[in-house]
Ligand binder design. Structure first.
Ligand code: F58
Length: 794
């Protein structure tokens, strides 16, 4: 069985039926929302069949399921995704066109499901797509946040956060499961049994996740928090109207909002409760499903592979042990063994401030039984290994150590990162458990990040090598032989140009800016963070602006610099950087001397859907983090796949991208991870670097003099001082090399033939960065879960 092909007439019939019967509207009164919802429901009907079929096959196979536990799933829109996987894109276009509607407009009406902060959450979404495409039985488990990642607005160039409301409209793709509920306890005492002081209900909502060609569908099960008692009628009748709703509000608070903090310690108690809430509900569900199949609890690990997406679900270790020992009577030592055989843990960061630790007092108050179990886990670990690494230390519970000890496998997300995990954060545990740490380099789904977002390039590739690359991305290699063909290169650049025009139009609509599609589109999109060094990018932009002004008749390559990204609301320095970029953009964009050669645009509220418009249009991808700090990056892969060249450091997966696309097709600069560590030990390294760089010194003086903050000259003294005194991320040390490399990029861009070869080779050689390859790696090295698709692909 391949594509669920549907005739446009049949689809149209179904759309009209849903409009009338599911939405209670007629064609005269239907809004864009009504049409979009009707189309979604019509397509959703077609997903149910493969979904049921996959579930039946999974039960029949009696094999192992993967459970991907993640606090975040940064999905974006689903409508287009479902349409292409069903092979129903053309039918949808036609069905709508005959109703006088434009498919692209309908698709764009869908709000992004932004249940994540950045790379970690987006990776989870790509993994769901690949698990379904590969036909590996799997569930994604997470939280159904009422409010996803905040909306970013700019007011006078400053970031303002506004609550996001994707669930204000009906979420068409999900099925509520009122019968699937679990009780989640908090606090209380342990007197033999754990008696929680407080209980909330976790209620399941299922979204089918369809794979390529509709061959397989898995489930994303998200938990919503509900009160045990819906309404306190007693208080209400006594006239206490507010008191009557307090218990409900407290319970619902648990799934109310995604934590936007991807830097330091997030909000304390609520975050801990969120983590336990979704982990416990998921594990109860897993154990219940396992039990329903009639297996002996001792064989749990033969049927269950649980992947922890970072430490946020690390409470899974003690929780699974609790369920096995306290509820199923498994002996404690055996329960630890079984849990470990089920669990594996992915680390996504080396930044010490992002490693989760819970205050012991808070932990004991919230999860007293789990604290006892963690003490047992720790004692077991210490006695077996003779290790000196403790899980409970300095009055806190260390979730990284807990996840590590309770996992049979720990992985990093790029080759460099995995080596650094072994040498730094988990050096001692790596000695205690040799071989436990492995690497699984990240990947991205080619369905969303090429097929869907880049129609011009998709069509060219299909014409050139056929369509088999969509679920076998290595096939892109076949493009290499065409790179010597001038006609192919022209077509390749024409596709890029079409995407640039689309972006130019989009920018016109969204931010009211006119841009020249012939200019080099230079893009940095990602969370705003000191280590990602948007700061260095904007400083270099100013240096470039100075150069043009110094020599206005020079032969400058026109550039459009685009920034996109949000800062954690409490991350002061990141917000200052946003303000600076916006201030600089205002000054540069209104400078008549440079206006035709340099523009800086920062569209607000970067999200998955915006990335889908930006990435295909990029000429240059900025991957400029301080070496050793970016675990992998996945945006870097999306850009290369779409034929952008990278300017980047030897960090994260940049290293592997450069190896694969060829060093001559990559603009490398900057200190290596090792050099970074050494440089920090040198006395006054940043002052020395600034003193040796006239370009940088000039830029810093301009900022400090208030050139970009007229009326408030002191605005950026803090930022500038930071570079002189605590340049932890070595912006000053890498600046000159970055600047020189940007000049090389300018020169290279002018040689259109050579540039087009380099760009096409980036696409042709990026096949390895498919998340299908990544998931195959996890399935083979960690989960031991075969595909249940027939060889014929059905
Ligand atoms: C990201 N981490 C890494 N964390 O920074 C990136 O290099 C990597 O490619 C990606 O994971 C996928 O492996 C990341 O996005 C978060 O957003 C966390 C959110 C919750 C608090 C801690 C950070």
């Amino acid at each position: 069985m391949t594509n669920t092909t549907i005739a446009p007439e049949d689809l149209q019939k179904s759309i009209l039926q849903h409009l009338e019967k599911s939405l209670g509207k007629d064609t005269q009164n239907a809004t864009l929302y009504d049409w979009r919802t009707s189309l979604s429901l019509a397509l959703r009907d077609l997903v149910v069949d493969p979904w049921f079929r996959s579930t039946r096959k999974t039960y029949e196979a009696a094999g192992k399921r993967v459970y991907y536990l993640s606090m975040e799933f940064l999905i974006g829109r689903l409508l287009e995704d479902v349409a292409i996987n069903l092979g129903a894109e053309d039918a949808s276009r036609k069905a709508l066109a005959d109703l006088g509607l434009e498919y692209d407009k309908v698709v764009r009406d869908e709000p992004d499901a932004a249940l994540g902060n950045g790379g970690l959450g987006r990776l989870a979404a790509c993994f769901l797509d690949s698990l379904s495409t590969l036909g590996i039985p799997a569930y994604g488990y997470g939280i159904r946040y009422e409010h996803g990642l905040f909306e970013q607005h700019f007011e006078d160039g400053r970031q303002i956060e506004v609550a996001e409301g994707w669930l204000a409209q009906r979420h068409t793709w999900e099925f509520e499961r009122p019968e699937v509920t679990y009780r989640i306890g908090f606090g209380g005492h342990v007197n033999g049994n754990w008696e929680p002081a407080e209980t909330v209900i976790a209620n399941a909502y299922d979204t089918p996740i369809l794979g390529w060609k509709g061959r397989w569908a898995n489930t994303l099960r998200l938990w919503s928090a509900k009160p045990t008692v819906l309404f306190d009628l007693g208080s209400f009748n006594r006239g206490d109207l507010v008191g009557a709703v307090v218990p409900e509000a407290l319970a619902r608070a648990i799934s109310r909002v995604l934590y936007p903090d991807d830097t330091t310690e997030a909000g304390k108690e609520l975050r801990l409760k969120q983590e336990y809430f979704f982990t416990s509900a998921s594990l109860q569900d897993i154990v219940r499903r396992f039990g329903s199949e009639g297996y002996d609890i001792d064989t749990l690990a033969d049927h269950v592979a649980i992947q922890l997406n970072d430490t946020h679900p690390a409470i899974a270790g003690p929780e699974l042990i609790r369920l096995l020992a306290d509820d199923h009577g498994v002996e404690m030592a055996r329960a630890i063994e079984i849990a470990r055989d089920c669990l594996a843990y992915t680390n996504h960061t080396l930044l010490p401030e992002a490693l989760e630790r819970w205050d012991l007092g808070l932990f004991a108050r919230t999860l007293p039984r789990h604290l006892q179990i963690i003490e047992t886990i720790e004692a077991d670990h210490l006695s077996r290994t003779g290790s000196h690494v403790r899980i409970i230390e300095d009055h806190s519970v260390k979730m990284g150590e807990l996840a590590f000890v309770m996992a049979h496998c720990v992985n990093g997300v790029s080759a460099l990162h995995s080596e650094l995990v072994k040498k730094t954060v988990f050096a001692d545990l790596n000695r205690d458990y040799p071989g436990r740490i492995i690497n699984q380099t990240n990947g991205v789904t080619p369905r969303r990040w090429l097929y869907n977002c880049n129609a011009p390039l998709r069509e060219l590739i299909n014409r050139t090598i056929g369509e088999s690359w969509v679920d076998d991305l290595d096939q892109l290699k076949k493009l290499e032989t065409h790179v010597s063909d001038a006609g192919f290169l022209e077509d390749f650049m024409a596709a890029k140009q079409a995407n640039k025009k689309r972006l130019a139009n989009w920018l016109g609509e969204q931010v009211g800016q006119t841009v020249d599609p012939a200019a080099m589109f230079d893009i940095q999109i990602k969370r705003i963070h000191e280590y990602k060094r948007q700061f260095m990018n904007i400083l270099e932009t100013i240096a470039h602006w100075n150069e043009i002004r110094d020599n206005p008749n020079g032969d400058w390559t026109p550039r459009l610099k685009i920034f996109g990204g949000k800062a954690a609301p409490g991350y002061f320095v990141a917000k200052e950087i946003i303000h600076l970029i916006n201030d600089v953009s205002r000054v540069i964009n209104t400078d008549p001397v440079t206006r035709d050669r340099l523009k800086v645009i920062y569209p607000p509220n970067y999200n998955v859907s915006m990335a889908e418009v930006l990435i295909p249009a990029a000429d240059l991808s900025e991957q400029i983090s301080t070496a050793g700090k970016e675990a992998s990056g996945t945006g870097n892969m999306k850009f290369a796949l779409n034929g952008a060249l990278t300017i980047g450091t030897l960090d994260g997966a940049n290293v592997e991208i450069r190896e694969r696309v060829g060093e001559e097709n990559f603009f490398l600069f900057g200190l290596t991870a090792e050099e970074v560590v050494n440089r920090r030990t040198q006395h006054d390294f940043s002052r020395t670097a600034i003193a040796n760089s006239p370009h940088l010194a000039r830029v810093l003086n301009q900022i400090a003099d208030g050139l970009f903050s007229a009326g408030d000259p002191g605005r950026y003294h803090g930022l500038v001082t930071l570079l002189y005194e605590h340049d932890y991320f070595l912006v000053t040390c890498d600046f000159d090399d970055y600047h020189a490399t940007q000049n090389k990029v300018d020169t290279a861009f002018v040689d259109r033939r050579r540039w087009s070869e380099m760009a096409a080779l980036n696409t042709a050689r990026s096949g390895w960065f498919s998340s299908d390859r990544t998931i195959e790696g996890y399935a083979k090295d960690i989960w031991n879960t075969p595909s249940l698709l027939d060889k014929s692909g059905s």
